[in-house]
Ligand binder design. Sequence first.
Ligand SMILES: [Zn+2]
Length: 163
Amino acid sequence: MTIRVRVGQGFDIHRFVDASDTQRQLILGGVHYANERGLVGHSDADVVAHAAAEAILGACGLGNIGEHFPDTDEKYKNVDSIKLLQLVAKMARDNQFEIGNVDCSVVCEQPKISKHRDEMQRILSTAVGSPVTVKGRRAEGLGALGRKEGIACWAVAVVTQGN
Ligand SMILES: [Zn+2]
């Protein structure tokens, strides 16, 4: 039996809403960060769930989330991105891939990711059905992320396929 190992990389970035918009919630890895500025997006703008989904799709050679869940589709307006991540994990398994693990690096000056890191990892791992880890990293004041204009996330996923 040959086991094929494949790796996928995912990236996502969303800008913060204007300070005047106090209604938009900040959702990261399925967790609501209370009293923090939300992110602009058609869905809930969960940059961590999106990057993780992109990494899994990339590893499986299944395209990207924009193709599967177009933001022109009203069905996905304000959708819970953890549901999208669940669908992507199912898509991988339906294509005979097993998901090894996913590792995410969230880059922002604010909020502190460590605050809800365990809960994020728990929610993301449950959605994927395999271990998902999250690390927070500051942008050291550099560029748009350093100016607190938004949040970016990089993720990597490993999948295997046996025959
Ligand atoms: Zn996104």
